[in-house]
Design a protein around this ligand. Sequence first.
Ligand SMILES: O=P(O)(O)OC[C@H]1O[C@H](O[C@H]2O[C@H](CO)[C@@H](O)[C@H](O)[C@H]2O)[C@H](O)[C@@H](O)[C@@H]1O
Length: 416
Amino acid sequence: MDLKSNHTAPVLTDPAPLSNTRLGVHSSLFPYSPSGAAFTPGLLLTIPRKKTGVLDDVRACSWLDAMKASSPPHRKIIKDVNEFAPSDPDVAYRTWTVKYPSALKSFEQITNHAKGRRIALFLDYDGTLSPIVDNPDCAFMSDAMRAAVQKVAKYFPTAIISGRSRDKVYEFVGLTELYYAGSHGMDIMCPVKPSISDDKPNCFKSTDKQGKDINLFQPAAEFLPMIHEVFTSLVESTKGIEGAKVENNKFCVSVHYRNVDEKNWNLVAQCVHNILKDYPRLRLTHGRKVLEVRPVINWDKGKAVAFLLESLRLSNCDDVLPIYVGDDRTDEDAFKVLKERNCGYGILVSSVPKESSAYYSLRDPSEDFALARSHGGRGALQRQDLAEEVRGRDLAEEGAAAQRFSEEDWRGDTET
Ligand SMILES: O=P(O)(O)OC[C@H]1O[C@H](O[C@H]2O[C@H](CO)[C@@H](O)[C@H](O)[C@H]2O)[C@H](O)[C@@H](O)[C@@H]1O
């Protein structure tokens, strides 16, 4: 089937609103339609009236603006008009935590709420379990973090929900006892047979690398050849841009511009735009110094969380307290699902104030570690000390690593 056309690809600068708070795997898998309910007209590409040069398309659809807005100097301008933006960053952060209290400091409250209920834990990978680094292939989680997650998983069902390919994130985490959802939830592996998947065409049996039987749910399966084609084209078209990197995440593609000189970001945007305009069934979202190309199906990390909860028979709010920890815009879909169900908590990992559907906050991955250690049985008393200890230890480890580590990414006052 030729899915190409000459239409312009839809663009999203923020996650699509959820139209359905209850999981309905089939009914929610609507193919994208520009006039459909999933996207507001304001988020759609507008064609420039007057073409003055090659960048007009890119500027018109705001990609470049969105890319620039996420970079530190530009964000400072945005912060000046932000409600959480007193000029002192520490004051701004503290003010923000009134609305999004620290999960570490609220540990007692969380455990009280969890009394008599089973916690189900969902963890994003990049920026949550691992610090943001320049080279996406080197975003390793520390052994201490791995041990903490392993410990937590002994007590609570634990899943990793990542934008990476499932294989890649499994390679990084390396714990067989967890559930994994890659490609922003479009590739879900659950060791048990999902109770809601009996007749689902995109749910099938497979074996993992150890030869163990697993069940996979891949709602975007039909897009695989298209994504591969786009990945190949993007590798080719960006190869002249120094620092650009294209990552194949199986059901989506990441185009990284973290290491591209800002004056060349327009070239990156133009390459992606030129290719995407021929694929109306693919859309673009923005991550941390990354453009992400993905199918237009109505599926995201939020839907993946709902799917896993239901598959694992954990969707009864009276018995289960789901907790989702994430740092990215794509994690907002999961926060929203928990908020709309009024069941469980989203915890946003961010060192800068920002609007979120999460309930609590953590400043950086070292605080995730401290929280995991607390939940894993070490107790609440040493949480803050642990966060400080890990911050120091991980920075030392990173310093020894071959790649350049940006301190600003770890605990700076800007989102990266
Ligand atoms: O959902 P996630 O697990 O958070 O994955 C989102 C993207 O994370 C990775 O990119 C980000 O982290 C890199 C390593 O620290 C960093 O270099 C990059 O700038 C960030 O955008 C990953 O490489 C992407 O494929 C994921 O989609």
